[in-house]
Design a protein around this ligand. Structure first.
Ligand code: SF4
Length: 338
């Protein structure tokens, strides 16, 4: 057997080549999932999917490696059977966040440098061709070359990711464990998404199919939800279009959308509903955040819609001729009506 990482690692990172090798080497046949002793695996996979897609929470429960590997496999089969792009995207994002939690913890707690380097090599280098190295002077810092950093960091709009605010030396950017792992969230997401989409299962075991159908029925109301985008400023329209496609909006775009809708007279509950299609949607957290923006929580300050100039800097502006002469999205349409 060609396992180099420990079995506990395979439980946390079931998408690694070693994990696939383990399942192949057991000569497991998918039809065996119809046997009653595998029912608990199917039920656990269903629970994981419902926890992430319906409750909007990352499933961090961790079992023995063989249970984890088979649960992961069944989860992918169920998602492939459900075959709803929005649900697959949401599941992929939550699975990426699950991996992120384990990886951040392992990189910060692992004292054995050989093991730490092995993990870096298996996840960052082998899967994503990203050369990450431990800083020889501080084992809690990681470095990568500037171009690798920029390719990934440019997709984040937050100030903290701008190169100007980072520790840079001799062509390398220095990051802590959280930041290093956060940088590859979308690569892990894409890995999960592509694994599900590219699965080619000719005959799904009946027991898995029964559970997949049940989950699909429970998901139906959420995945059909969409919003109309007529008569809105182009920046807001774009944000809603992305949400309708279950894309993940950056924090700045969520702030813009929520403050715009609140200022246009929408209720907190209506605004919360708008975010229902966000892949990481959690009703409780979203409601708290929207109430905060509406001045109903915390400092009681009602937040204003950001000015167009700010949105331009945040790459959120999609100006058209109808935006002529306005300085804030909230003015859109008023000038035209006049
Ligand atoms: S000009 Fe203002 S309203 Fe128009 S798209 Fe840009 S940010 Fe939005």
């Amino acid at each position: 057997m060609s396992i180099i990482l420990g079995k506990d690692d395979l439980a946390k990172y079931p998408f690694l080549e070693e994990a696939g090798n383990y399942i192949r080497e057991t000569h497991f046949d998918l039809d065996e999932f119809n046997r009653s002793e595998f029912l608990h695996i199917i039920e656990r996979a269903s629970k994981r999917i419902e926890f992430e897609l319906i409750q909007g929470k990352v499933f961090i429960d961790l079992e023995k490696y063989d249970i984890e590997l088979f649960t992961f496999l069944v989860s992918l089969i169920i998602m492939n059977y459900i075959n709803e792009d929005s649900a697959i995207k949401k599941f992929s994002l939550f699975e990426a966040m699950r991996v992120e939690k384990f990886l951040v913890s392992d990189l910060s707690k692992e004292k054995d440098l050989t093991r730490k380097n092995l993990l870096i090599s298996k996840v960052f280098r082998d899967l994503f061709q990203l050369d990450v190295e431990l800083d020889p002077k501080n084992n809690h810092l990681f470095k990568m070359n500037i171009s690798d950093y920029l390719i990934r960091a440019t997709s984040f709009n937050e100030e903290e990711w701008k190169l100007i605010g980072r520790a840079v030396d001799n062509g390398y950017v220095y990051l802590d464990g959280d930041e290093t792992v956060r940088l590859i969230r979308y690569e892990i997401y894409n890995l999960m998404y592509n694994r599900i989409k590219n699965m080619n299962i000719t005959k799904i075991p009946e027991q898995i199919k029964i559970h997949a159908v049940l989950i699909k029925n429970k998901l139906a109301p959420a995945i059909r939800y969409s919003h109309t985008t007529t008569d809105l400023p182009p920046c807001i329209k774009k944000a809603l279009e992305l949400l309708n496609k279950n894309e993940n909006l950056p924090h700045s775009a969520r702030f813009m959308l929520a403050t715009y809708m609140l200022s246009s007279g929408k209720s907190v509950d209506d605004v919360v509903l708008l975010f229902q299609n966000a892949p990481d949607y959690n009703e409780k957290i979203t409601k708290y955040q929207v109430e905060h923006l509406a001045g109903k929580k915390g400092s009681q300050t009602k937040y204003s819609v950001p000015a167009c100039s700010k949105l331009v800097n945040e790459n959120l502006c999609y100006a058209t001729i109808d935006c002529r002469g306005i300085t804030n999205p909230i003015q859109f349409g008023r000038k035209n009506r006049k």
